[in-house]
Write a protein that binds this ligand. Structure first.
Ligand code: GDP
Length: 295
């Protein structure tokens, strides 16, 4: 479905061989190709435009005569710039406090509950943590059951309070319970709605204020393209989250949302989720995402 940007760059730069230097004129077509490919990959138009301006500055005056493969040289410039735009290097999850509290926020269906399970498994297996999962979505009994099933699969206890409709209380009680049980990480899954609304925002900000998480992660479906960026902005304005989790990257998406979100909210992407299984989770690496976007 997507044309490969790397091939396009190689092709458009073949004509530059023998021209000596990259100039405003001979690079124009290539920059247009890059911009188009980024927009195809769900990168916001303004971000794509400022990105290509940046690439142009880097590329102008570069000596293509001495470069064996000018296309490769250009691809490297684009790849490095893309990675830079997404933060440059991987950003680790913060595990501060006893217990370290991690709050999970996002719209309904974005993949919060699935990610909560995956993160619990990751912290248990890769970081040797004793994790407690908290079912904070009090409106959907199915969400509580879903978390219990996931907890059972990965061998992590799930804290629930059947009948209690106050997520703030549940989260506070869960932290007390974690201290008693010697759990050093508490992951609080929360309720989402299908679209951003005031009640949801008030609830999640109240939970945040009450439990003072060391890390608040915003979960967003990469398949939702431009909407992902708008939702990220709305959540960030209210919640001032610490990091972003991009889900459903196993789907038919290039992941350009990663670039747009980073540019718009200026918060690090921390994890990517690429499947329904509990081990389908990767730490976000800007260079790998740049490769994926380049194709
Ligand atoms: P929540 O409402 O935000 O808690 O979202 P869920 O965790 O319940 O996920 C919604 C749906 O998306 C479920 O059917 C999940 O199995 C599915 N899902 C979650 N993460 C991924 C992912 O990375 N890839 C795919 N393909 N599906 C996912």
């Amino acid at each position: 479905m997507f044309e490969n940007l790397t091939d396009k760059l190689e092709r458009s730069f073949k004509i530059l061989k023998g021209e000596g230097r990259i100039t405003e004129i001979n690079i124009a077509e290539t920059l247009k190709e890059i911009r188009r490919a980024l927009i195809d990959a769900d990168v916001n138009y303004k971000v794509a435009k400022s990105f290509t301006d940046e690439v142009k500055q880097k590329a102008l005056g570069q000596n293509v005569l001495t470069a064996v493969k000018p296309g490769q040289m250009m691809t490297k410039i684009v790849r490095d710039e893309l990675a830079q735009l997404m933060g440059g290097t991987a950003t680790d999850i913060r595990l501060e406090g006893t217990p370290a509290v991690i709050l999970i926020a996002g719209l309904q269906g974005s993949g919060k509950t699935t990610f909560s399970g995956k993160l619990a498994a990751f912290l248990k297996e890769k970081k040797g943590r004793h994790v407690l999962l908290v079912a904070g979505d009090v409106y959907r009994p199915a969400a509580i059951d879903q978390l219990k099933v996931l907890g059972g699969q990965i061998g992590v206890e799930v804290y629930t309070e059947e009948g209690n409709t106050h997520p703030v209380e549940i989260a506070q009680n869960a932290i007390k319970y974690a201290r008693q049980k010697g759990c050093n990480v508490v992951i609080v899954d929360t309720a989402g709605r299908l679209a951003v609304d005031e009640a949801m925002m008030q609830e999640i900000t109240a939970i945040k204020a009450a439990v003072d998480p060391g890390e608040t992660l915003f979960v967003v479906d990469a398949m939702t393209g431009q909407d992902a960026v708008n939702t990220a902005k709305e959540f960030n304005d209210r919640l001032d989250f610490d990091g972003v989790v991009l889900t459903k990257l196993d789907g038919d998406t290039r992941g350009g949302a990663a670039i747009s979100i980073r540019s718009v909210v200026d918060k690090p992407l921390k994890f990517i989720s690429s499947g329904e299984k509990m081990d389908a989770l990767q730490v976000f690496h800007p260079e790998r995402m740049a490769d994926r976007i380049l194709g």
